[in-house]
Ligand binder design. Structure first.
Ligand SMILES: N[C@@H](CCC(=O)N[C@@H](CS)C(=O)NCC(=O)O)C(=O)O
Length: 207
């Protein structure tokens, strides 16, 4: 299996961390969208030119982290899957993942608003809203989080997503926007990053 994309992308890192938690062998090829040659290669894997892209051992190509996670969950089976099969538990975890995805996507949009637009074209009210939506999403999940994991005794995909997203948001969130108050997720990130599946995939943006 091949995972395309750098671990600086939280959507790539959630896949890498999940692969490691599942003890699945894979190769990571760091195709960066900011590099023209690498972007061209990435487009041959994903017509959108976006990471993560994922190649199965059978040569099938999957894009979008949620679809890749679905593939990996089916590969390892319901006993090992980080998204529970129990009807109610699954709904709970999917709700949490939905909020976390949204919170992360809003920060990605905020970064692009600043990095991709000429300075005089940045729309500050939209940028403020994006930062607020990330804050609201992360705090909503923090409010319902249990310990040691978000849903209690067992790690789920909500934990993987919360940790890799919080770690990524912390790296890019400006100091002059309202701080995210999520003490439980901060503690969760510290605990999780002592596990190799998380620490091996931690990467600082720009490196
Ligand atoms: N919904 C997608 C989001 C992926 C995404 O936003 N990837 C970013 C990097 S963090 C990217 O490749 N951006 C380049 C682009 O969209 O052109 C997923 O879950 O995989």
């Amino acid at each position: 299996m091949i995972l395309y994309g750098s671990y600086t992308s939280p959507f790539v890192r959630r896949i890498a961390t999940t692969l490691k938690l599942y003890d699945l062998e894979f190769t990571n090829i760091e195709l960066k969208t900011s590099n023209a040659a690498q972007l061209s290669e990435l487009r041959s894997k994903n017509p959108l030119g976006r990471v993560p892209a994922f190649e199965t051992d059978a040569g099938a190509l999957l894009i979008d982290s949620i679809a890749i996670l679905d593939y990996l969950d089916r590969l390892v089976g319901i006993k090992k899957s980080l998204i529970p099969s129990d009807f109610e538990q699954r709904t709970t975890v999917m709700t949490q993942i939905g909020i976390l995805n949204g919170a992360m996507e809003k920060t990605v949009s905020a970064v692009y608003e600043v990095e991709k637009r000429p300075e005089d074209k940045i729309h500050q009210p939209w940028l403020d809203q994006l930062h607020q939506q990330t804050k609201d999403g992360m705090e909503a999940v923090d409010n319902l989080a249990m310990t040691p994991w978000i849903n209690g005794e067992k790690i789920t995909q909500a934990d993987v997503s919360a940790v890799v997203f919080l770690d990524a948001i912390k790296q890019v969130r400006p100091n002059d926007v309202p701080a995210i108050e999520c003490p439980k997720l901060v503690a969760l990130s510290m605990r999780a990053n002592s596990m190799s599946a998380f620490s091996d995939t931690y990467k600082v943006r720009g490196h």
